[in-house]
Write a protein that binds this ligand. Structure first.
Ligand SMILES: NC(=O)c1ccc[n+]([C@@H]2O[C@H](COP(=O)([O-])OP(=O)(O)OC[C@H]3O[C@@H](n4cnc5c(N)ncnc54)[C@H](O)[C@@H]3O)[C@@H](O)[C@H]2O)c1
Length: 350
């Protein structure tokens, strides 16, 4: 099977490639990425792109028509991938996350691709504390990022047919190690705070709800979406990816980190404006459709994994929220130095 993975040079991409390589050594894996975070490596002796058969460097906004020739499945990860970036680069987020997704799906279908896997997000539920949201619940996207995921799903649904299966995976918030670690994700941030400074600073009042999922379990869910029979979920399927036990309040995550890394001070910002992005999610559908692909890695194991990974990196930067482990900082710096223009396209400056 030949699989094109867009956005393979980010946080989740290397975990997915490693998983597919280990479990399906015969698959031909093609990467396509513009390389915004190329040098944001966790361990600089390992270049994760060595695990794909071919790596293309390109922008999904100018996706060549013939890129899907001979491809059986596309996994579309490329995106402006969180709320802070979406807020700063709103128009670009719309172009990359929505317009390019739809163009790519159409080109993939034309080229005879059979399966299209889209990395969506539970953040489309927005404010949903009262009861856990399922796939039939009303969507309430509060940010440019979440809106781009909703718009994509609506349009993708019209493109799927008997010969072109689309699975939109509404992922919980990712956590865990990767060859390209991100520390702008809630649990990763807390563990990094604990390792670097023995103090976790919660920027909110700690009450928002977030469902979480380990990167390894995300990779397994993507595998399922590639191989699932279309009778199992239909030609178009939007499904929450995570598990019920992993709906946490942010303050509970900090407490959990302090159980693994002792003598931690936890500071909560009681004066913070309420964070409207708070949602509990129901994962029954995923459980029903994919019993063999349910998340396996628990919270304590993930915290241990992050702690060990950060310690192995010699991580000590208590100012990491301003570092290259934060996606928005990387893009802003590349732009300030003139390497990216206002549309986040590479300039020719060297
Ligand atoms: N990390 C999470 O918590 C999470 C949760 C839910 C959904 N998702 C989704 O999963 C996907 C991957 O997330 P991630 O955490 O790996 O994000 P990431 O930001 O780490 O990686 C995204 C990759 O896409 C590439 N990219 C961005 N714009 C591109 C363009 N125009 N052309 C080609 N490549 C481009 C970047 O260079 C980067 O390598 C995203 O679609 C994201 O929205 C992530």
């Amino acid at each position: 099977m030949k699989i094109l993975i867009t956005g393979n040079m980010g946080y989740i991409g290397p975990c997915l490639v490693r998983h597919l390589r280990e479990n399906y050594p015969g698959f031909f894996l093609v990467g396509l990425d513009t390389g915004y975070f190329g040098n944001c490596l966790t361990n600089e002796t390992i270049l994760p792109e060595c695990n794909v058969d071919v790596q293309f460097f390109g922008d999904v906004r100018s996706f060549p028509d013939d890129s899907c020739k001979g491809v059986d499945a596309v996994v579309h990860l490329a995106a402006i991938s969180n709320d802070p970036m979406g807020n700063k680069f709103e128009d670009v987020t719309f172009d990359i996350n929505f317009k390019s997704t739809i163009e790519m799906a159409k080109k993939a279908k034309m080229a005879g691709v059979k399966a299209f896997v889209y990395a969506s997000s539970c953040s489309m539920y927005g404010s949903a504390e009262s009861s856990a949201r399922n796939e039939s619940s009303l969507l309430n996207p509060l940010t440019a990022y979440a809106k781009s995921k909703v718009s994509s799903e609506i349009e993708l649904k019209t493109i799927a047919d008997d010969g072109f299966k689309i699975t939109s995976l509404r992922f919980a918030t990712a956590c865990g190690m990767s060859e390209r670690l991100r520390l702008d994700l809630v649990l990763n941030d807390f563990v990094a705070c604990a390792v670097a400074s023995k103090k976790i600073t919660i920027l909110s009042d700690g009450t928002p709800w977030r469902p979480l999922i380990n990167t390894k379990d995300m990779a397994r869910a993507i595998e399922w979406a590639i191989v699932r029979e279309k009778e199992n979920g239909g030609n178009f399927l939007a499904v929450n990816i995570g598990c019920d036990q992993w709906n946490f309040q942010v303050k509970d995550l900090a407490e959990a980190v302090s159980k693994v890394i002792p003598n931690i001070e936890i500071s909560i910002n009681h004066d913070a404006q309420p964070d409207k992005r708070s949602y509990k999610v129901n994962f029954d559908l995923f459980k029903k459709l994919a019993p063999a692909y349910q998340p396996r890695i628990d919270l304590m194991t993930t915290i241990e994994e992050l702690k060990n990974g950060l310690e192995a990196m010699g991580f000590k930067d208590s100012n990491f929220r301003q570092s290259r482990y934060v996606r928005l900082k990387v893009l802003t710096e590349l732009q300030e130095k003139g390497f990216l223009n206002e549309r986040l396209e590479w300039t020719t400056k060297v």
